[in-house]
Unconditional design. Structure first.
Length: 284
């Protein structure tokens, strides 16, 4: 009997020790930012976002996660796992126990009726303002990145371990779907939505007729820059010499000019306009 008691005592004394040892293996350090759940594939996540737009009646009322779960045919508790990520990154706003989709989500929902392929681009402002969107764009403006390197950068920014790689990869999917990032095989580059125009558009040579036509510019919408004056001239087949003069001066720059310089500038401009008027008067 004493042997039995001793074995039982040893077994009971070992139990707490094993539980302490196993506890760290069962848990894992949490990232500092919420990630999209790995239990929902990315296309289904877009369906959930769109369902919130539909259930909100174009943003006129909050949407309940149970209603959304019914629309996309998954368990409500699984939808909740994604909602936390969507709220943290501005896709949804909490109103009590319910949530309201933000304006880009409404626009995404409406655009999906016309062009499902391009509709996710309406979500670009949300992704661009998110922590992962800002990080990706900052890195890609410097150089293109292999996707594996981009995943490592994102994971390092939020202290996420390798076990979160599928969820980190979904962040890249969001950036690609909305057009901020372009995926070429395993290489990530800036997408059209991040550039504001189709790639290569800036490198297109201007047409001759556009070069000879003065274009009015509003300096209030352009960054301050130094005064520039570019003059070009060429002889047309009709024997007319055409000039294109482009002068840009910002109010900030002019504020530092001496009075005599300001007077000289406007006097010269007046002479140019007078000369142009004179040529118009003698034309047949």
């Amino acid at each position: 009997m004493s042997v039995v008691r001793r074995v039982l005592a040893e077994h009971m004394s070992d139990a707490p020790t094993r539980s302490v040892i196993d506890a760290p293996a069962q848990g894992r350090p949490q990232p500092t930012k919420r990630l999209p759940t790995e239990r929902i594939r990315f296309p289904k996540q877009l369906d959930i976002i769109r369902a919130y737009g539909i259930r909100s009646d174009n943003g006129t009322r909050p949407a309940n996660y149970k209603e959304v779960a019914e629309d996309v045919s998954i368990h409500p508790n699984t939808v909740v796992l994604l909602v936390r990520f969507l709220v943290e990154n501005g896709f949804l706003e909490r109103i009590g126990n319910e949530t309201m989709p933000t304006r880009p989500v409404i626009e995404f929902t409406q655009a999906h009726n016309w062009s499902p392929e391009n509709a996710p681009r309406k979500l670009a402002p949300l992704v661009q303002r998110s922590w992962f969107g800002e990080l990706l764009l900052r890195k890609l403006r410097f150089r293109s990145l292999p996707e594996e390197e981009a995943l490592a950068e994102l994971a390092g920014a939020i202290a996420a371990g390798p076990e979160y790689k599928p969820q980190i990869a979904t962040l890249v999917d969001y950036a690609v779907a909305c057009g901020l990032v372009r995926r070429d095989g395993t290489l990530l580059t800036l997408g059209e939505e991040s550039l504001g125009a189709a790639p290569g558009a800036a490198a297109t040579a201007p047409d001759k007729t556009e070069e000879a036509t003065p274009v009015a510019r509003d300096d209030r919408q352009t960054p301050a820059r130094s005064t520039s004056s570019v003059t070009t001239g060429f002889m047309t087949t009709e024997g007319i010499v055409q000039f294109h003069v482009d002068v840009r001066v910002t109010m900030k720059e002019m504020a530092g000019w001496a009075p005599d310089r300001i007077s000289a500038f406007f006097a010269g401009l007046a002479q140019v306009l007078a000369a142009k008027k004179g040529t118009e008067e003698i034309e047949p």
